[in-house]
Each structure stands twice: as structure tokens, then as C-alpha cells.
Design a protein around this ligand. Structure first.
Ligand SMILES: Nc1ncnc2c1ncn2[C@@H]1O[C@H](COP(=O)(O)OP(=O)(O)OP(=O)(O)O)[C@@H](O)[C@H]1O
Ligand SMILES: O=C(O)c1ccc[n+]([C@@H]2O[C@H](COP(=O)([O-])O)[C@@H](O)[C@H]2O)c1
Length: 220
């Protein structure tokens, strides 16, 4: 499953778990993007933070693992490269690429998209606001090779990384939207906060104010 995972949340984890169950997968490999080119206009957290949050979120599931292939590649992240690298490390595996219906709806804009379907089967999961039976998605998928994509209805979790970042930036809770360890990592690394906002738990994040000048101090 590829994603920017900024941060990883329970919508991602439920999608992976449901698809693993439906297709009897031995393993789900989470692949955080290195440089997600379609998100380049906005600020994305360092790849290492997104990678570590993904490791924390998946650690308790023996069938989940995390790959560094995209994080370690210097150039922008294209799924065609992700799949070629995973094919090289898993030569005998049947590969499935798990993605949300929203991402699937723009797959024709992906780099070398015609080559993707020889490398993996694609699984598109439902997501609140991006249902599977829309005319737009049906028309879009009709342009892909037959049987290259399977659509899967999953329990609807209206969670997005955007909303998690917004909450964290406003000092509102992200508990239960993301795994506990990810809440703690966000707090520890002070992710998503405007630089000059103080935390309600009393930990200072403001830059120190300039020391007050006493009128007996001379500057020259
Ligand atoms: N709540 C969800 N339910 C199902 N699929 C999801 C959900 N959230 C994300 N996905 C899918 O997971 C993949 C990775 O998503 P991504 O890391 O971009 O998260 P996001 O929540 O969409 O992020 P952002 O809000 O920053 O755009 C995408 O294919 C996306 O469609
Ligand atoms: O290959 C591409 O050109 C491409 C363009 C946009 C998104 N993707 C992949 O789609 C997955 C979800 O991406 P995102 O940006 O929604 O987090 C992730 O694995 C990306 O690398 C891939």
C-alpha cells in the first residue's frame, strides 16, 4: 500500500487489513512516498518522520511491514518505480497495489500508467466522499486494461491525514484517529505545529523572547 502517510491513520490501516483479508494476502507492505510529486505544491513532513510513523503504526501486526524503497530513492516517487523495486525484492510474489478510490480516479495522470498493470493488480478501496459506484470512476476505469482493477467496499472511516494535521496544528486531539504511538510521535517531534504556538500541556515551543534590557545595561 503506497501513501504519503503524513500521518498514517486508521483509515489506511483498516484498508490494508480489509484487502489482506479479502485477497488472503501473506503480507501488506506499506510504502511511504519519498517525494510525492503530485503533492509538491504543499508542505510535506520529512520522509524519515513519515517512515517512522508508519513503522510505529504497523509494528503490532505480524503481517504488516514497511518498505524504504521510495524514501531511499533520490528522485520523485513514481509507482512504476515502486513496483519495479518490489518485484526485484519479491521475485515470486503476486503483487497487489492497494489504493483509495480517490487516488485511483487520477491514475491516468500517473507516470507511465500504461505499464503499471503488468507489474501488479490494483485494488481500489471505498472512502467516504469517494464511493465506488460513481459515473466518474466507472468512466475512468473503463480506460484501463480489463480486469486490472478490483474495487473493494470497506468500513467507512472519514479520516484524512489533512484533518489529522489540521487538528494537531490547532492543538486538538488526534487520539483514536491515528494509533496511540503515532499521537506520541507527533507530539514528541512537534509535527504540524506552527512554529510560534505554545502547547496546552505547558511544554514551551515558542522561541525564547529576547532578554529584557535593564536600563543600566549599555549596548555600545
Ligand atoms: N479513510 C480512508 N479510507 C480509505 N482509503 C484511504 C483513507 N485515507 C486514505 N486512503 C487511501 O490511502 C492511500 C494513501 O493516502 P494518503 O497517505 O495520501 O492519505 P490521505 O488521508 O489521503 O492524505 P491527505 O489528506 O494528506 O491527502 C491513498 O490511496 C488514499 O486514497
Ligand atoms: O506514479 C505516479 O505518478 C503517482 C502519482 C500520484 C500518486 N502515486 C501513488 O499513489 C499513492 C498515494 O499517493 P498520495 O499522494 O495520495 O499519498 C502513493 O503510493 C503514490 O506514490 C503515484
Amino acid at each position: 500500500m503506497g501513501g504519503t502517510f503524513d500521518p498514517i491513520h486508521h483509515g489506511h490501516l483498516v484498508a490494508a487489513s480489509e484487502v489482506a483479508d479479502r485477497f488472503r494476502l501473506d503480507e501488506v507492505v506499506f510504502v511511504p512516498t519519498g517525494r510525492p510529486w503530485q503533492k509538491e505544491g504543499r508542505s510535506v513532513s520529512p520522509a524519515e518522520d513519515r517512515y517512522l510513523m508508519t513503522v510505529i503504526a504497523t509494528a503490532s501486526n505480524p503481517r504488516f511491514s514497511v518498505s524504504r524503497v521510495d524514501v531511499d530513492r533520490a528522485k520523485v516517487t513514481y509507482t512504476v518505480d515502486t513496483l519495479r523495486d518490489l518485484r526485484a525484492t519479491h521475485p515470486d510474489a503476486e503483487l497487489f497495489f492497494i489504493t483509495g478510490a480517490d487516488a485511483l480516479a487520477s491514475i491516468l495522470s500517473w507516470q507511465d500508467w500504461e505499464e503499471l498493470f503488468a507489474l501488479a493488480k490494483f485494488v481500489g478501496v471505498s472512502r467516504p466522499g469517494f464511493e465506488l459506484d460513481t459515473e466518474h470512476l466507472t468512466e475512468h476505469l473503463a480506460q484501463l486494461p480489463p480486469n486490472s482493477v478490483t474495487l473493494v467496499e470497506i468500513p467507512a472511516l472519514a479520516i484524512s491525514s489533512t484533518e489529522c494535521r489540521r487538528r494537531a496544528s490547532e492543538d486538538r486531539p488526534v487520539w483514536y484517529l491515528v494509533p496511540d504511538g503515532v499521537v506520541q510521535y507527533i507530539s514528541k517531534r512537534n509535527l504540524y505545529r506552527p512554529k510560534d504556538v505554545a502547547r496546552s500541556d505547558g511544554v514551551a515551543t515558542m522561541s525564547e523572547p529576547a532578554p529584557e534590557k535593564k536600563n543600566w545595561e549599555r549596548t555600545e
